[in-house]
Design a protein around this ligand. Sequence first.
Ligand code: OXD
Ligand code: MN
Length: 595
Amino acid sequence: MYKITATHNKKLKDWVTKMAYLCQPQDIVWIDGSESQKRSIEKEAMASGELIELNQDKLPGCFLHRTAVDDVARTEHLTFICTKKKRDAGANNNWMAPHKAYKKAREFFRGSMRGRTMYVIPFSMGPVGSTFSKIGVELTDSRYVVLNMLIMTRAGEAVLRQLEKEDDFTKCLHSKADLDINKRLILHFPEDNTIWSVSSGYGGNVLLGKKCLSLRIASFLARREKWFAEHMLIMGIEEPNGHIEYIAAALPSACGKTNLAMLVPPEGLKRKGYRIWTVGDDIAWMRVDSDGSLWAINPETGFFGVAPSTNSQTNPNMVETIKKNTIYTNVLLKPDNTVWWEGADADVPAEGIDWQGRAWKPGLVDASGKKILGAHPNSRFTAPIANCPSASFRLEQHHGVPISAIIFGARRQRLAPLVYEAFNWQHGVFMGATMGSELTAAQVGKIGEVRRDPMAMIPFCGYNMADYFRHWLDMGKKMTKRPKIFCVNWFRFDEHGKFLWPGFKENLRVLEWILDRCNNKVATQETPIGYVPYPADIDMTGLDLPHRALERLFAVDNAEWLEELKGVKKFFKQFKQDLPQELWLEYEALTRRLK
Ligand code: OXD
Ligand code: MN
């Protein structure tokens, strides 16, 4: 018999009871957000082997977790959008009919928590009580999930109190069950405001406030309620006079989104006294405020970042951030109980325990002769934003920050200039909708092949992408002060296959130009694809590039772009008559300009 006393919210009580009868936990524990409860769950997790305590002198409050070997990344092929009509999930999503999905998953959840505790985590994405914010309640049998959710979201008592004032919340059910990949499902029911995730323990599949709620469910709600839920970083750039401009940027995976969100200004620009404020590295919720401009919050309170290649060169602020109160997942354990990953600051350790829990030393190879890595390539850390030296002081402000520019990124060796600006909002939506990136060795598929990933939302848009484009076009009409839209490409090659642009902190030089454009400080050169900078308008102090590198970085080759448009056409055609006509008009106008 399950007795619920923690809340008066009838809807919440009834739902928790119903799910408990389905999953049959031994007991139910409500997460209150207190330090003492967190401590006791950490202790239990250590006793059960879910967490390994790291060296508390060197890494206070830090733990290591290892996932199952076949549970190390988001499983997109097991992720479904379960709308009543298949059309509403669209061509970009896996779809399952809701009744079928519930029926199938119910069998995997049935009795899955026997002998375990079911934790009830009331959480708020966004500051509790802000008009931006959404409440979720996650039920889980994983202590790892509880402890990660305490870092990534505002969870506990304050949210429960808020739920006595408002009734609406996303019902999030998770059970690790027996982690059997054949019974793994990540199901979204946007029409029911419900998420069911079973048989996984990997962050992206189980921290349901993140991709599942804040992107897939939220994007669906955002369209209905006329706001944006986007896969974007948010950062503030403070000028020497104290004025701060905020930008939001969508970059495809493996393009340095997290690094950009907290970059440290390059030496050459130090004299200008810029300061960077990190609002978020992954998700932006944006609304049109009464002033007619776009305001944004980051709904999360933590980073769930990729460990490999995080070091003082690529991201010094992150290196500081993950020194305390951090949960590491699937990295290498060193003999002194600290951690390491490929591309970390420290030298390669002489020995250690790899991410699979096996003895490791450098140079080990598997049966096929492939190098055995110490840390999984997708090993992660979960760390509070509050630890970050560049954390924005506006993180808790209920109205968020005003957005001056929206940036879309691409990874292209040829074709796309370092930066270019849209002619207007509709053209900018076309730029976002046609975002394409070349695959790298880190992804499945043929290296160099271009994959379309509109607004970096392909795996995260919780509804038909054609409707999503329409929503973007409509939102432009709601604003009287629209952010300017830009595209960036840090990855252009020279004729010898070398990067033309050094990237990393030097990218601030490009952001500086973007802000100058937002403030009408510089003129541009018009090209068929958009406005590009005059080379003289990029401050190159302290950065020596080869002769005419900037000219090459801004060059537009019409023949290459006409070739590119063939891929765009093919991509657009899959949406059939649902694709907004405005995007075809942009396509035709661009074709004409290029010819
Ligand atoms: C992430 C992702 O983990 O986009 O943020 O995959
Ligand atoms: Mn992401």
